[in-house]
Design a protein around this ligand. Structure first.
Ligand SMILES: NC(=O)c1ccc[n+]([C@@H]2O[C@H](COP(=O)([O-])OP(=O)(O)OC[C@H]3O[C@@H](n4cnc5c(N)ncnc54)[C@H](OP(=O)(O)O)[C@@H]3O)[C@@H](O)[C@H]2O)c1
Length: 367
């Protein structure tokens, strides 16, 4: 769909001529550096391409380093170095960059290798971490809250939230050890937006687009936090340009959005008739349901969820578009999926959803 100038203005995109509006950022904070040489470790997954687009549009020279497996057709005009985080860093040897943006690993030993190799030749190291590093979600918190300090084995078997968080915390320690005064650690929360390969937010867009009854898991008032990938990408480039140093949470504002407002945004964006049936978490757990995006089965044990402060990032340049804009753009992007890809393979299927709602209604009637 081609947007008119008026529509672009409504999205805050006027002035970004030539960029795909779905990839563009909502607003542009003032730039203080241009023409940086930027190395992106990754660059072709979900967050990566948005960072690339932003950096290129801002006049920087971008080099990508990855295995050449994910979407290798992307960015034919850029320099691409092929290697692996675990072993082959040879193409990076002896090269110089102003900034490295590390988006592609949660393995501490891999970050240790890239930091040690790049330290003599790179001015600033920015690492995309995760809010999973926090070990205690008993209340609201900021960046000073305790993080995991487990002896994380350097194995690929990080199959739980806790192990992933411990591994990410280990990566952060490597970055701050090798680049003590020249690093940015960005602890990202769930990322939403066009291009998402994980489909967590897109799951809710799909449910809204299907119409009818939507199963709302747990309480409607449960706080959720997520960040639009384009706002995150914009801020990553801003941090690189301004040598922002330190550790930051990156997400939407604390205690500002709930499961209900998120689902309702998706319903509004899809413009399809639907209603939400709220089903208790205990019931879902008893039925063996394990994974519905943004639902935390043991939410009473983690009351701090959705209440992570992002004030520090906001004071350092993070800007965020309206949540409904994210919903509208993800819906538009989802509409373009070929039919066979529209079933996303995350959360519960339409059939499962109908069965759970029927069983829940029966229980309510009997009560
Ligand atoms: N998605 C979320 O909701 C979320 C939330 C919090 C934090 N994060 C963090 O955000 C970062 C970005 O996540 P993303 O999903 O958007 O990933 P991404 O950076 O967009 O994609 C992964 C990139 O890394 C490359 N890569 C993967 N394994 C590699 C290896 N062994 N050696 C070299 N390159 C490798 C991939 O290319 P090849 O496959 O071609 O190698 C691809 O370019 C990650 O660090 C993630 O932990 C994500």
């Amino acid at each position: 769909m081609k947007l008119t100038r008026r529509q672009l203005a409504q999205l805050g995109l006027v002035g970004l001529a030539g960029m795909n509006p779905l990839l563009a950022s909502a607003t542009s904070p003032p730039k203080t550096a241009a023409g940086l040489k930027i190395l992106i470790l990754g660059g072709t997954g979900f967050l990566g391409p948005h960072i690339v687009n932003n950096a290129v549009a801002s006049g920087h020279t971008v080099t990508l380093f990855n295995r050449g497996k994910t979407d290798p057709h992307l960015f034919p005009e850029l320099e691409k170095l092929v290697g692996t985080r675990s072993g082959n860093l040879e193409p990076l040897q002896g090269r110089q960059w102003d900034v490295v943006l590390d988006t592609s690993t949660f393995m501490p030993n891999e970050v240790q290798k890239s930091c040690a190799l790049l330290k003599p030749n790179v001015g600033h190291y920015l690492y995309i971490s995760s809010t999973a590093v926090y070990k205690d979600w008993s209340g609201p918190m900021d960046e000073t809250a305790p993080v995991y300090n487990l002896k994380a084995p350097d194995s690929a078997n990080y199959n739980s939230f806790q192990k992933y968080g411990a591994a990410k915390a280990g990566c952060e320690r490597q970055v701050s050890k090798h680049f003590p005064q020249q690093h940015t650690v960005i602890r990202s929360d769930a990322i939403a937006g066009p291009g998402d390969k994980h489909h967590r937010y897109t799951y809710w867009i799909r449910k809204a687009a299907m119409g009818g009854e939507i199963l709302g898991p747990g309480r409607p008032s449960t706080f959720v936090q997520y960040i639009d990938v384009r706002d995150l990408a914009q801020w990553v480039v801003h941090c690189a340009e301004n040598s922002v140093n330190g550790t930051f949470n990156a997400s939407s504002k604390a205690s500002a959005y709930t499961m209900e407002t998120m689902i309702n945004d998706c319903r509004t964006a899809s413009d399809t008739a639907s209603s939400v049936v709220w089903v208790d978490s205990e019931f879902l757990v008893a039925q063996g349901v394990q994974d519905i995006p943004f639902w935390v089965p043991l939410q009473d044990a983690m009351p701090g969820m959705g209440q992570l402060s992002v004030e520090k990032a906001m004071q350092n340049g993070l800007q965020q578009r309206a949540k409904l804009d994210t919903a509208r753009d993800v819906f538009e992007w989802y509409q373009g999926f070929p039919a066979e890809d529209k079933v996303l393979g995350v959360g519960i299927s339409q059939e499962q959803q109908a069965q759970l709602i029927a069983a829940w209604n029966k229980l309510q009637e009997a009560a």
